[in-house]
Design a protein around this ligand. Structure first.
Ligand SMILES: *Cc1c(COP(=O)(O)O)cnc(C)c1O
Length: 418
């Protein structure tokens, strides 16, 4: 099909059958139809190549279609695709053992699902079940998903308000404020849920030792600590898990995004033996999922973690992250009337602008220059750079050059209309 005809066909169908309002937003921003992807690149219907610095919000840590993950999934597809559910699954068993090996000490059990929000739902449900309490402490600006339970703990009114009442008992405290969290966690608290680094909130890095204080506060009151590692986990932020930075073990740890090796969707709720005993000993079927832990997704997950380890991608996240952050910082220093701050850990990097509208303009300018990024869902002033951990030095240079030009052109545009 001719590229223009293909574009109108797809966008038309989005308008008529998926979401006309989102379709309008996406075409306004200049996004085409994704046709093909490999490594750090995505190609659109016109054959334009984009350096993927959004990385599916952290999904593509290994890049697109890593050959070892694709191979594992193809092999699995020829044996068995989805679980028959009555039998044991070798793929689920192997992935669970691997996850327990890399997780913080004591986090050794896994419930498998299909997405981040499902992984969070299970964590909240397990915490309520184990403690018999209803209060959940969460943080302002947080993002934990959009199903009703996870949404109740998501710290942004815009997504919650119309759907209330949601799950009762949730209170919010400012992110990174250990004192506020300590004051909020009490004898009625089932759990505190927190991202080690806020992703959608705008790549907000808390002070060092923050999670350690939360760990102590939860321990004092018999509350559980849920570290939502859906975005920060598996090397993204320069450690295997974001909570490794403070050297703590959570009671529950939702994972998803990059867990499927960038090839399959999968969610996982990891937890301690105490939590899983408390939930499953009275009822082995207390929480289940038809598709969760299916052989295709688990084969992808295991292959993905092996690649992460074999290719040293956790360390690479730190090294390449420092280079990218340094490059963006140089631009920020020169363009400080537009760019307020560059921050982050590993390859979880945010660029905050001085004004709201700038983010959107810079996204469009970057896209014109073949670099794909997006602003944070809960904070449109912040662009996040979460490229594959395999990103090369020259690709980092390309991204920084494009960012430099995009900010300069945005500055000119703004000066012209001022
Ligand atoms: C993306 C995200 C989720 C939700 O994951 P979905 O797969 O989109 O449901 C939950 N928590 C965090 C920290 C996330 O970044």
């Amino acid at each position: 099909m001719d590229p223009d005809a293909l574009y109108s066909d797809v966008v038309g169908k989005y308008g008529r059958h998926i979401n006309p309002y989102l379709a309008r937003l996406m075409s306004f921003a200049g996004f085409g139809v994704e046709m093909r992807a490999e490594g750090c690149y995505i190609w659109d219907q016109e054959g334009n190549r984009f350096l993927d610095c959004l990385g599916g919000y952290g999904t593509f840590s290994l890049g697109h279609r890593h050959p070892k993950v694709v191979e594992a999934v193809k092999r699995q597809l020829d044996e068995m695709a989805l679980s028959g559910k009555a039998f044991f699954s070798k793929q689920a068993a192997d992935l669970a053992e691997k996850l327990a090996e890399i997780a913080p000490p004591g986090v050794e059990f896994v419930f498998f699902s299909n997405s981040g929000t499902e992984a969070v739902e299970a964590a909240l449900k397990f915490a309520k079940g184990m403690t018999g309490r209803v209060k959940i402490v969460s943080t302002e600006g947080s993002y934990h998903g959009k199903t009703l339970g996870a949404l109740a703990t998501t710290g942004r009114e815009k997504y919650r308000k119309r759907f209330e009442p949601l799950m009762p008992g949730v209170v919010f405290v400012p992110f990174g404020d250990a004192e506020a969290a300590t004051a909020a966690v009490d004898g009625d608290t089932a759990a505190m849920i927190v991202e080690p680094i806020q992703g959608e909130g705008g790549i907000i890095v808390p002070p060092d030792g923050y999670l350690r204080v939360l760990r102590d506060a939860c321990d004092r009151h018999g509350a559980l600590l849920i570290a939502d590692e859906v975005q920060s986990g598996l090397g993204r932020a320069g450690d295997m898990f974001g909570c490794n930075h403070d050297g703590i073990s959570p009671d529950l740890m939702p994972l998803a995004k990059s867990l499927g090796g960038g090839v399959m969707p999968i969610g996982a709720t990891m937890g301690t033996k105490a939590v899983f005993e408390s939930i499953y000993s009275p009822n082995p079927l207390a929480h289940t999922s038809t598709f969760g832990g299916n052989p295709l997704a688990c084969a992808a997950g295991l292959a993905g973690i092996l690649v992460l380890q074999e290719e040293g991608l956790v360390e690479r996240s730190r090294i390449q992250g420092a280079k990218l952050k340094g490059g963006l910082q140089d631009v920020a220093d020169r363009q400080n009337e537009l760019v307020k701050e560059v921050r982050g850990r590993g390859l979880m990097i945010g660029v905050e602008f001085q004004m709201d509208e700038v983010g959107e303009l810079v996204v469009a300018q970057l896209l014109k220059r073949g670099v794909c990024v997006a602003y944070a869902l809960n904070n449109p002033k912040v662009l996040r750079f979460e490229p594959p951990l395999i990103i090369s030095d020259s690709q980092i240079e390309d991204a920084v050059t494009a960012f430099d030009e995009a900010v300069a052109e945005t500055a000119e545009l703004l000066a012209a209309i001022a």
